[in-house]
Ligand binder design. Structure first.
Ligand SMILES: [Zn+2]
Length: 114
């Protein structure tokens, strides 16, 4: 198992936690204040990382997050779970911001070259 820190959060990659995730069919999860990734491949997926970061923020914002998350899943399934929809929207927005930043720094670099 590899450990890293990202966005100030401890991250576990692979190892036994990864095998447990693999058995459940999940790529990653947020658990006990940590982001857990099935493998290096899922760690390298920026959308997955930001998605799990969103779950951390959801948990920080609401002490009943875990309970409400389970209730949402029971009522609406994984795909319809409002926390999952929100985490995907957060990750989509984060990646858009990253792409926008890299485009604007590329354009700054090209302006400098002229
Ligand atoms: Zn999720």
């Amino acid at each position: 198992m590899e450990t890293r820190t990202w966005q100030g959060l401890p991250c576990l990659i692979g190892g036994l936690p990864g095998k447990i995730l693999e058995a459940t069919g999940a790529d990653a999860c947020y658990a006990f204040g940590r982001l857990v990734f099935r493998s290096k491949e899922t760690w390298n997926d920026k959308h997955t990382r930001h998605h799990e970061l969103a779950h951390h923020k959801q948990a920080q914002a609401d002490p009943l997050f875990s309970l409400k998350y389970l209730l949402e899943s029971a009522l609406n399934g994984y795909e319809g779970n409002a926390y999952e929809v929100d985490a995907d929207a957060y990750a989509d927005a984060a990646l858009r911001r990253c792409r926008k930043r890299s485009r604007s720094s590329a354009s700054r670099r090209s302006r400098r070259r002229r």
